[in-house]
Ligand binder design. Structure first.
Ligand code: ACO
Length: 335
């Protein structure tokens, strides 16, 4: 059994925040941000917009391109670290799409590697049997956890959603050609947004400790990041991972038509392309418009490249996700 990609879609919020807008709230400039990162604008959820709403819009576009009805889905993987519901948004997507057969739907939480790990999970379910059509969504709203007074992080992130439909096929049509995935919890210190617990008894008016286990109120801290360490990790691990995926696919980097990395920083894209000797006009980048959209960045960039006619049927795309966890991985796929 094999897997092929049969549709993609994406969605971004209305509100656009430029570098100049950010320069009004923190000590930075359009020049610093664009030279160091390649980012010029980002989109941020506002008003009544929700992450689930963006994910639905991206999913409907992907299903339409794939000519797959919601009722034909066997599995929905919602890859996000910032769900509208702490318990997971996958089942809400299933409900809102109107999937009458109630396909299995759950969330995958792996920050900027979420979509890549969603693809590998879809591949595993399909190869295990019993799953024909899988919707893989990458969606994040990191703006919810950004410290808007920290110029080192608030300039980087934006909100978005992207989706692909992965379909079972015969071996000879297989289009997911090789994967390589990793994690290293030791690197969590370089990038995290951890739980902040505080005892809630004063809020509830309870006597401290009377019940033996006082109730707690929880929230998450804003994103904490050591940018230089994350940069070094990405430039070291991503080329190695792509080489490992190429080997599994029995290909070399000269077969790559498009390098489509998680859109974190233009300098990371350039450094990885140089290591792999991929010319810059074969590197897909939409960072300037959206910044780092975490799990959404790969399917968002893929969707734009497909609809814009860059990525064409039969092209070999090398993709890689990397980020908090630390987690990272790559895939070689034929569009
Ligand atoms: N505007 C102006 N100056 C700034 C800004 C800013 N927005 N941010 C930092 N600076 C200053 C620093 O304070 C520092 O000043 P100093 O020399 O006086 O101390 C100087 O600029 C250099 O700071 P560095 O942190 O060394 O800058 P660097 O070139 O490393 O760029 C950046 C920072 C853009 C964050 C870079 O390290 C990077 O992109 N790292 C990767 C981050 C990343 O991709 N994270 C997401 C991973 S995905 C996920 O899972 C969420």
């Amino acid at each position: 059994k094999g897997c092929k990609l049969v549709g993609c879609g994406s969605a971004v919020p209305e509100l656009m925040i430029s570098n100049d807008d950010l320069a009004k709230i923190v000590d930075t400039s359009d020049e610093w941000i664009s030279v160091r990162t390649g980012i010029r604008n980002r989109r941020i959820l506002s008003g009544n917009e929700t992450l689930t709403g963006l994910a639905l819009e991206a999913s409907r576009k992907a299903l339409h391109m794939a000519q797959v009805e919601p009722d034909e889905l066997d599995l929905i993987l919602m890859c996000t670290s910032t769900p509208d519901d702490l318990f997971g948004s996958g089942p809400q997507i299933q409900k809102e799409l109107g999937c009458k057969r109630n396909p299995l739907a759950f969330d995958i939480r792996a920050a900027c590697s979420g979509f890549l790990l969603g693809l590998t999970t879809a591949d595993s379910f399909i190869r295990a049997g019993g799953f024909e059509n899988v919707l893989v969504i990458g969606a994040d709203a990191l703006s919810r956890y950004v410290d808007w007074t920290d110029r080192g992080t608030c300039i980087l992130f934006g909100d978005a959603a992207g989706a692909v439909v992965v379909q079972a096929c015969n071996d000879d049509e297989n289009a997911l050609l090789g994967f390589d995935v990793h994690s290293d919890g030791d690197g969590q210190k370089y990038l995290n947004a951890t739980i902040k617990d505080k005892e809630a008894e004063h809020v509830l008016g309870l006597n401290n400790g009377a019940a033996g286990f006082p109730p707690r109120l929880s929230s998450y801290s804003c994103i904490q990041m050591n940018g230089q360490e994350v940069f070094r990790f990405a430039v070291r691990c991503v080329p190695q991972s792509i080489e490992a995926s190429l080997e599994k696919a029995s290909l070399t980097s000269s077969s790559i038509d498009w390098l489509l990395l998680h859109q974190a920083n233009q300098r990371i894209l350039d450094a990885v392309a140089t290591r792999l000797r991929i010319p810059s006009d074969h590197v897909i980048s939409n960072l300037a418009n959206y910044g780092n959209t975490s799990a959404a960045s790969i399917p968002l960039a893929l969707d734009e490249a497909v609809r814009g006619g860059k990525v064409q049927a039969g092209n070999i795309v090398a993709t890689a996700g990397f980020g908090a966890g630390l987690t990272w991985g790559s895939a070689i796929m034929r569009w």
